[in-house]
Every structure is written in C-alpha cells, then in structure tokens.
Design a protein around this ligand. Structure first.
Ligand code: PGA
Ligand code: ZN
Length: 409
C-alpha cells in the first residue's frame, strides 16, 4: 500500500470536546477517514492523548513527512513506523490519538483497496502476523455478546451512583435479536423509572444509560429486573457491572469491619445471571483483584461463569496484562484500542488475552465520535463481548447499526 497523503484536523466528540480525525489517501486514490474516541474515567497507565491541535500537528508535520510517498507492506509495518517515529513508551510525543487515528485510517484504506470488509482485514491481521495462531483465535463470532449499558453512574453521570455502568447482556446468539430485546428493555426501563420517579428519571448520562438518583448503588439492578419481568422476557438477560472503582470518590465505608463495596459485589455475584464484574478495585490493586477472584469463585453458584475483568487495571497493555496474569487478578479483559494507540498493539493484547484463556471484551469510550471501527474490530477479533453503551445517542447507534450490517452480510 503506497500512501499519497495523510492529513488530520480537530473535530468534536460526543461531549463537545476536541478530538482528531485523519484522512489518508493511497496512491491509487482510495481515501479513508478515521476518528478516535476519548475516555473520562481513564486509567493512569493508558497511552497519552495530546490536545487535538497538537495531535493534528503531529500527523500533518511528522507522520505525513515520514509516510507520504512510501509503501508499507502491512499494517504491522505501518504501525511500526508510527511507533518508531513516536519513540516513547506511552506515545506522549506524537499522541496516542494521532497514532491510532492514522493506524485505523491505514487499515480502512487497505480494506477498501483490497475490496474486503474491514472486519475481515482485522481478522486476517490477527491471524497472519502471528506465526503460530493459537486455536482460541479461531473466529468465534456467534459468541459475541452485547454488554448493553442501561444505567450510568460514577463519572459518567450527575447522579448519586458510585458505580459507573449497569449492564444488561442479552442471552441470544443472534446480534439482531440481542439488539431487539436490548432496546425493548432500554425503553421499558425508561418507562419504569418514569413511573417510579417522574419523567426526569429518563435523563441520560454520557454513554446513554439512564442517570437519575437511586435509593442505593444496587437498586438499578432491581428496577432492571422489574422491567424484564414486565416485558415477560424471563431469563433473557444476564447482568454485569463496571464499577470503575479507581474513580469512586466516596471514601471506603466498613460495616462490621468489612468493606461495604465488597459486600455489594458478593451480593451481586450470588445470583447466577450476574456474569461480569469490571474494575472492582483500584487500578493498581493487582493482589486485591486476585484475592477477591479466588474467594468469589468458591461462593459462586456452580456451573455459571463469572468474568472478573480488567480495564483501568490492564489498559490494553501487554505488560500490565502479564502482571495481572501472574497475579491471578482477572479472567477477562477490556480491549480499547485508544488505551494503547495502534491497531497492531491492540491485536497483540487480544492475542495475549487468548493465550491466558481470558474473555475478551472490546469497548468504546465514553467520549465517542460517529466512527464505527470498534464494531468491526470486535467482530474481526472474535471477541466474547462488546460494550457500545446504551442504544441511544447517535455516536453509539452508529456502532449498533454497523454491527447489524456486519451480522446480516
Ligand atoms: P471511559 O469509561 O471511556 O470514560 O474511560 C469507560 C469504561 O470505564 O469502561
Ligand atoms: Zn471500565
């Protein structure tokens, strides 16, 4: 793939904050555009995003100069050039946002030039650039589950919930059915909240989930289950929580010498349809994760999986993932390409997770653009789960709609 030009400019994300968009044109005239999201409850080990103007300058001056007119044999070769140009361990020179936008634009242009779906390009990158493909890397698309955000708290909302994301996970192999029952639950939950708390309870947070005040941190699950019963959808959902514990502002409370928060996790994980717990502890608490993970397994109803997942703990960084593996901290991991800053490194993280036997959950960020790359990425790597927020707000809907398109093809 020979590059003719690459250009960046600042655009707005879903919170009205500046991020960047990159347009890359190949010598054959194929042009592709990519933009990158931004988190709010970011992990401190994430690669560094520069302010959008500085990131755009890095693309227009440094990246453009070193890639225009050049031919790159593969995504890995292109990303290796960007990583070398940056030269820092955290992409703080060029900006992880600049590097990732360029990386995705190149991948997208390659897929168009090869007349291949973007997810196929990702799948082939994942398999080709690895000499020995692990058996667990076979496509597992029928198993992709949607972790749909229903209620927002923490840094993503102005309410009193300490936890960040209350997730409903439809139990069906069909993406279309999952989206269908997920959207029905979302609407019914809005009605249920409005009946109980008045119309203002329908207000939503950064990821589109409802964001009123609640009686306590676990009440959203009780109301969600009531909405499911009202819909007569019985056992159609599993549930999950992203505690985003690093950003919990209230000091830890104890009752009878035991942490309130740990008791809340224990009560959640006692029911067999609660299957996913993300970032239950601070982003550097590898051992606390491990202690909890081993203890909770003993109390778990038999036969039901429970994923304890790292996000701020692992930051899509193979070094931190290795540490979590050695400590026994998690059995699943969030993959967010912008935490690490290139397609190639995000694929490395997926490979590491599979070697460890972990669940792979691909995720958007709370500050998104309408770029739907993440849907192709999740499908292409054969992820177990995908977090796209609530089925609300254009920047989330764009991704649900892309997923419907991929699944229907
Ligand atoms: P963020 O949150 O995009 O604001 O970092 C998402 C998450 O914690 O999963
Ligand atoms: Zn998270």
């Amino acid at each position: 793939m020979k590059i003719r030009s690459i250009e960046a400019r600042p655009i707005l994300d879903s919170r009205g904050l500046w991020t960047i968009e990159v347009a890359l044109t190949l010598a054959n005239g194929v042009r592709a555009v990519a933009s990158v999201p931004q988190g709010k409850s970011t992990g401190s080990s994430e690669a560094v995003a520069l302010p959008a103007d500085a990131a755009a300058r890095a693309v227009n001056r440094i990246i453009a100069k070193s890639t225009s007119g050049k031919t790159f044999a593969s995504q890995a070769a292109f990303d290796a050039r960007l990583i070398a140009l940056d030269g820092t361990p955290d992409k703080s020179k060029l900006g992880a946002n600049a590097v990732l936008a360029a990386s995705i634009a190149f991948l997208r242009a390659s897929s168009v030039a090869r007349h291949r779906q973007l997810w196929r390009e990702i799948w082939s990158e994942l398999s080709d650039s690895n000499s020995a493909v692990h058996p667990a890397l076979q496509p597992r698309r029928p198993h992709l589950r949607l972790f749909m955000n229903m209620v927002n708290g923490g840094l993503h909302a102005g309410n009193n919930l300490r936890f960040q994301e209350y997730l409903a996970i439809p139990k069906t192999d069909s993406i279309r059915n999952a989206i269908d029952i997920g959207t029905r639950l979302y609407r019914e939950l809005g009605d249920e909240l409005a009946r109980r708390r008045g119309p203002g309870a329908r207000n939503i947070g950064d990821e589109g989930g409802y964001a009123p005040d609640f009686a306590d941190d676990l009440e959203p699950f009780r109301i969600m289950r009531a909405a499911v019963r009202r819909l007569k959808l019985g056992a159609a959902f599993d549930y999950g929580l992203d505690a985003a514990a690093t950003d919990i502002r209230t000091p830890e409370q104890k009752i009878g010498g035991r942490d309130v928060i740990v008791r809340q996790y224990e009560s959640l994980t006692r029911t067999s349809d609660f299957i996913y717990l993300e970032d239950p502890f601070d982003e550097n608490a590898f051992d606390r994760f491990a202690e909890f993970a081993s203890r909770i397994r003993l109390r778990r109803p038999s036969g039901r999986p429970l994923w304890i997942s790292g996000d701020d703990l692992t930051t899509t960084n193979v070094g931190r993932m290795e540490r979590a593996y050695a400590a026994g901290s998690v059995n699943a991991v969030i993959i967010k390409p912008n935490q690490i800053g290139s397609v190639t490194e995000a694929l490395d993280a997926v490979r590491a997770a599979r070697r460890y036997g972990w669940g792979v959950i691909v995720s958007h960020r709370s500050g998104e653009t309408n770029d739907d790359f993440i849907a192709d990425f999740a499908w292409g790597v054969g992820a177990d789960g995908l977090k796209l927020g609530a089925p609300a707000r254009g920047e989330r809907i764009a991704k649900y709609n892309r997923l419907l398109e991929i699944a229907a093809a």
